[in-house]
Ligand binder design. Structure first.
Ligand SMILES: [Zn+2]
Length: 80
């Protein structure tokens, strides 16, 4: 059995390679990201790394879910 080299082991711990946001950056871009998503635009292209962060970070995932639900209900509420 050969040991994994340290770099490989670190990348396994950190998840897939690629740009990833910090929670602060995630929070900063969350509004825009959700708006683009709801508008049917390519939010992942606009905010690179966001999708990966949301998948790996339960706290931000939850923020995203609740913001999306909020904006969605605002969008769907009929203007009477
Ligand atoms: Zn986060």
């Amino acid at each position: 059995m050969s040991d994994l080299d340290p770099t490989r082991r670190l990348s396994l711990l950190l998840g897939p390679p690629g740009p990833e946001l910090t929670c602060g950056q995630c929070f900063e871009h969350l509004d825009r990201y959700v708006e683009l998503e709801l508008a049917g635009r390519d939010a992942d292209a606009a905010v690179v790394g966001m999708r990966a962060h949301l998948e790996g970070c339960p706290a931000c995932h939850e923020d995203h879910e609740s913001l999306a639900a909020l904006l969605r209900s605002e969008t769907e509420s009929p203007h009477a």
